[in-house]
Structures are given as structure tokens and as C-alpha cells.
Design a protein around this ligand. Structure first.
Ligand SMILES: NC(=O)c1ccc[n+]([C@@H]2O[C@H](COP(=O)([O-])OP(=O)(O)OC[C@H]3O[C@@H](n4cnc5c(N)ncnc54)[C@H](OP(=O)(O)O)[C@@H]3O)[C@@H](O)[C@H]2O)c1
Length: 539
């Protein structure tokens, strides 16, 4: 937390933040209308914005404030996550302002300074300001430098100034270091909020509560009991209209150094000494630094890349990646990646972390699977049981948020047979489901000055350090087999081989239950008749 924010206490958390303005660079863009405005409006409806508040949209489009208010009123009807209540919308809409200009033009920043003065008079925003960079990443250094040079990042007289940077934070290690250097030239690290909207999801935050607010899981959360960990971030969608951006990014850059490594840090980190941002970030950084970079000669074995060809999803034929708009017909951009990583520390030595992410997979699902070691088989030697399925803990992040633990149970009947059953917790069953964009908590935290859910500069560099050897080898050795998986499948065969080599297999993200030792995928039907006894015995 910076020195200009009152300390967060039980009395301030859950209350609206103090007076402030928010300047959104890229206000004419997609992120603003789809996510930021709906999220800010949800905060307004929940009385979690200060009464003294204003939003200044900044973008190239030549709108007036009046045009911006009208457009935003139209957009919210389409992108709100719930009913739009006209009273609260009027309150919100009257706090919208707009400035047209080019991000590279110093004159624009003089206009922003004047506008901040005006909204301070109109709305008593108190000189505090959150600058949100909802722009293409090429503008991150441009805007930060212009803000710095215009003196807009100075925190005089107790007022605070913060800058939110959207991902991607660089496109490789050198560019991430260079962006961090530029940011550090004009801002103190406490003023920088690197946002990854995945961390706004309740289930992601719940990983820490689950691990550290329960006594029964942490003792088995280590190499002694865990066989391996799987992280799957599967998308059904293709690249839609983002082909131009995606061609330069690909699945590895787009998902791994940010979303997936963040999930891995929360899963693998040591207990922090408190939930203070520094304490949490320190532990996350230790995990990232402990990831063994894959040796160049091992990259093709431990990092699988794929690109979808045409195929069928939910009965609908979809085109190949190379046939998508703004994609080169001979593109070698990966739309799928699977990796085997090792975290070289005392807790996780020799426990593989397998991760996979891809587009045009059979279903949309983000899951972390903790697969435990099998128990000794000895007691079952003289029964009809031929093997015991390992226990699995599955943390589902989307679309259904919840946690499920699988364990073996005896199928009723005289014969000793085992069936895998689940203990399920669904967030919505206990706490209801409040539709949200995923940005609400994060925006609120920025205004409150709580950086816990944001990435620190050293975390970003440690993430890219883990990924860089793969980028280097893939660049030097372009793929020759693309496209190598049909849309609607779980990726290329090499992704299955990655686990098969180690005697393991991916948990199909769609199946509700772990695979049964007898080959059936569903839980046993309690009413089903058991086959005649062949080898009676007691478990
Ligand atoms: N869209 C999403 O849902 C989403 C989700 C997660 C993260 N992000 C990240 O959020 C950022 C913004 O994404 P986006 O999809 O909103 O981008 P976008 O649609 O390209 O929006 C950027 C806005 O800035 C304007 N602009 C471009 N050049 C400008 C200049 N020189 N001066 C002033 N304005 C200029 C654009 O106008 P023109 O349209 O005329 O160029 C556009 O209105 C990106 O970093 C992206 O990776 C987006």
C-alpha cells in the first residue's frame, strides 16, 4: 500500500473507497464497454463507489461528453450483467466525462489535467486518480511516459495517483523487463496495479481460503501425498475477431505467464505470514522462481504445441485456425499448449505440474486437479478389486465454480467392488450466484489501495523467465505438423503422450467423475445389482 492511503482495516473494507476520479485510456474500445463500465456500474449499484466519483474516458474517437454518455447508455443495455436500474444508472451516467485525443500527444495530457480539475469542482473527487490503460499494449509505455512527463503521477498533498496496466505485460522476458523499467522511471511500484482478471474470480481467491482456513488439507498438500497436479484452461471458442492480436501472441504467451502461472502460484505457495499484499506476493514469487526452466534440448519433449484444424463442436462445423479472419493461411501460431513443469523446492520436488490450454477444445472449463498418490493395495489382494483409483481434488474455476473430492466407496453387495464417488461443493448452492464481470473486486481494490490480487514487477519477470526457453526453441524450430488437432478434440496426440510417458493421463475436463478402475466413467448407481459373488471378502 502507498503512503497516501489510509490503512485497510475491518472498518474500511466493504465500505466505498474515498473520493477519486478514474481516467480510462481506450474508452472507445471493447474492454471498456464489455467489462469496465458494467463492472463499475455493478459497484455503483452495490454502493461500493464513492459519492464523489467521476470517470473520464479518453480515446481517439471524436466524441463529446454528451455522445459518450449516450453511447454508454446504449452499451450498458447490452453488456450489463443484470437489470439496469434507471436511478442508479442516472447517478452513474452523470459522472461520465470524455476527452478525445491521441495517446502520444502531450497536449492530451494537459487537457486531462484540466478535466481532472473540472471534475474535482463538479464531483469533489479530491485530486485522487486511477489511470486505467485499457489500450493495446503498444501504448503502455507511451501513456506511462506522457503521464509522468505531464506530472500527473505526482502524489502531492496526500492525494494518490495509481496506474492500472492490463495484460499482456510484455511479450517475452526482454520486453517485460523493458516495460518494467519504463514504468519504474515514472512511477513508484506501489502506484502500479498489473491486472489479471482471472484473479478477480471468487474461486481463484478461494484457493487460499480453502488451503489455509482448513486444517485437513494442508498436511497432505505436498510431495509425500500428491502424485501430480493438472491445470486445464480450455476454451470452446476460436479466435473470433481477435485473429490480428492472436497471431502475434499464441496460446503460450496469451495464457501461461499470466493466468496459468498465477493459478499455479496460489496452488503451490507456502502459507504467507499474513494476507498482506507483500506477504502473499513474496510467497507467489518464490514459487515462480522455483520453476525449473525447461532445458532447450528438453523443450520439444516437455512442451507440446498445437493448432486447430477444422472440426465439429457441439454438432456445429467450425473452420480451421488458418481460415479465421486476419490469420495467415500458413500461420505457425500455436492455439494449444501443454507443458510439464517442475517446482524445485522442498514441498514439490519430483511432483510434475502438467498444464494445458487451448482454443476450440470440446468444452469451456478451467480446473485445477490435485491427484493424490494411490494407497497401498495390500488389503485388497484377495478380493475382486484389481486396482484402486487415486483420490482427486478438483477445483473448478469456470464455468461452474466449486470444489469436488473423489474417493473410493464400496459398491453395496456381497462382492468387494469399489466405485469412485464425489463430495461436491458448488459455490452457487451455498452462496448464491451474483453475476459479475470479474473486474468488480479488482477495480474496488485499486481504489482502496489493496494490491494483493495484482502482479508485482518481479513476479512478471519470474513468470517470463519460466516461459522464455520454450519461446526460444519454438521460434528456432517452427512446427511442421500444423494443424495437428481437429477443433472439438482435446488437442494433439502429443499432449496425451506427455502424460502417458509418465504413466499418467489427463482428467477429461468434461467428465463429472474421475475414471473408474473398471473403465466406467460414472458413479455407481446405488440401486444397481452387483454381479454374482466370485471372491467374497471384506474391505
Ligand atoms: N476486450 C477484452 O475483453 C479484453 C479482455 C482482457 C484484456 N484485454 C486487454 O485490454 C486492452 C484493451 O483491449 P480492447 O479490446 O479494449 O482494445 P481496443 O478495442 O483496441 O480499444 C482501444 C481503444 O483505444 C483507441 N485508440 C487506438 N489508438 C489510439 C491512439 N493512438 N490514441 C487514442 N486512442 C487510441 C482505439 O480506437 P480504434 O478502435 O479506432 O483503434 C480503441 O477505441 C488490451 O491490452 C487487451 O489485451 C481486453
Amino acid at each position: 500500500m502507498d503512503g497516501n492511503t489510509p490503512e485497510l482495516t475491518q472498518d474500511t473494507i466493504g465500505q466505498p473507497p474515498g473520493p477519486c476520479a478514474m481516467v480510462i485510456f481506450g474508452a472507445g474500445g471493447d474492454l471498456t464497454k464489455r467489462k469496465l463500465i458494467p463492472a463499475l456500474y455493478n459497484l455503483a449499484k452495490g454502493k461500493l463507489l464513492p459519492e464523489q466519483f467521476a470517470i473520464i474516458g479518453v480515446s481517439i474517437e471524436p466524441y463529446s461528453t454528451e455522445d459518450f454518455r449516450k453511447r454508454t447508455t446504449e452499451d450498458i443495455k447490452q453488456f450489463a450483467t443484470g437489470m439496469v436500474d434507471m436511478n442508479s444508472w442516472d447517478w452513474f451516467n452523470q459522472r461520465l466525462y470524455y476527452l478525445s485525443g491521441d495517446f502520444g500527444d502531450a497536449e492530451l495530457y494537459k487537457k486531462i489535467e484540466d478535466m481532472l480539475g473540472k471534475v474535482d469542482v463538479d464531483q469533489s473527487t479530491g485530486g485522487n486518480c486511477l489511470f486505467y490503460l485499457a489500450t493495446s499494449p503498444t501504448f503502455f509505455p507511451v501513456v506511462v511516459e506522457q503521464l509522468g512527463k505531464a506530472g500527473l503521477t505526482k502524489q502531492d498533498d496526500g492525494k494518490w495517483r495509481r496506474v492500472v496496466i492490463e495484460k499482456p505485460f510484455g511479450h517475452d522476458l526482454p520486453s517485460a523487463i523493458s516495460l518494467n523499467k519504463c514504468v519504474a522511471k515514472f512511477l513508484d511500484e506501489t502506484q502500479v496495479y498489473r491486472i489479471d482478471h482471472y484473479l478477480g474470480k471468487e474461486t481463484v481467491q478461494n484457493i487460499l481460503a480453502f488451503r489455509f482456513a482448513n486444517g485437513i488439507f494442508e498436511p497432505v498438500w505436498n510431495r509425500r501425498y500428491v502424485d501430480h497436479v493438472q491445470v486445464t484452461v480450455a476454451e470452446e471458442l476460436g479466435v473470433e475477431l481477435r485473429g490480428g492480436y492472436y497471431e502475434g501472441a499464441g496460446a503460450l504467451r496469451d495464457m501461461v505467464p499470466n493466468h496459468i502461472l498465477q493459478l499455479i502460484t496460489l496452488t503451490a505457495m507456502e502459507p504467507p505470514i499474513s494476507f498482506d499484499a507483500h506477504a502473499v506476493h513474496d510467497e507467489q514469487t518464490k514459487v515462480l522462481r522455483a520453476i525449473q526452466p525447461i532445458a532447450p534440448e528438453k523443450v520439444l519433449e516437455r512442451a507440446v504445441r498445437g493448432q486447430y484444424g477444422e472440426g465439429t463442436i457441439n454438432g456445429k462445423h467450425v473452420p480451421a485456425y488458418r481460415a479465421e479472419p486476419q490469420v495467415a493461411p500458413n500461420s505457425v501460431t500455436p492455439t494449444f499448449v501443454a507443458l510439464c513443469l517442475h517446482i524445485d523446492n522442498w514441498r514439490w520436488a519430483d511432483v510434475p505440474f502438467y498444464l494445458r490450454t487451448g482454443k476450440r477444445l470440446p468444452s469451456r472449463a478451467t480446473k485445477i486437479v490435485i491427484r493424490f498418490r494411490r494407497p497401498p493395495f495390500v488389503p485388497f489382494r484377495n478380493t475382486s478389486v484389481d486396482k484402486i483409483a487415486p483420490n482427486e481434488l478438483v477445483i473448478s474455476i469456470q464455468p461452474d465454480e466449486g470444489i469436488s473430492l473423489s474417493f473410493e466407496a464400496k459398491i453395496p453387495g456381497p462382492v468387494v467392488r469399489l466405485g469412485a464417488v464425489n463430495m461436491d461443493f458448488q459455490y452457487s448452492d451455498y452462496f448464491g450466484s451474483v453475476p459479475s464481470t470479474g473486474y468488480e473486486t479488482l477495480l474496488y481494490d485499486c481504489m482502496m489501495g489493496d494490491p494483493t490480487l495484482f502482479q508485482r514487477a518481479d513476479m512478471v519477470e519470474a513468470s517470463w523467465t519460466a516461459v522464455q526457453p520454450i519461446l526460444d526453441v519454438w521460434k528456432a524450430l517452427p512446427p511442421r505438423d500444423f494443424p495437428n488437432y481437429p477443433a472439438g478434440s482435446w488437442g494433439p496426440e502429443a499432449a496425451n503422450e506427455l502424460l502417458r510417458r509418465d504413466g499418467r493421463e489427463w482428467r477429461d475436463s468434461k467428465a463429472g467423475h474421475p475414471p473408474r478402475p473398471d473403465g466406467h466413467s460414472e458413479s455407481p448407481d446405488p440401486g444397481a445389482k452387483t454381479p454374482p459373488t466370485t471372491q467374497p471378502g471384506k474391505p
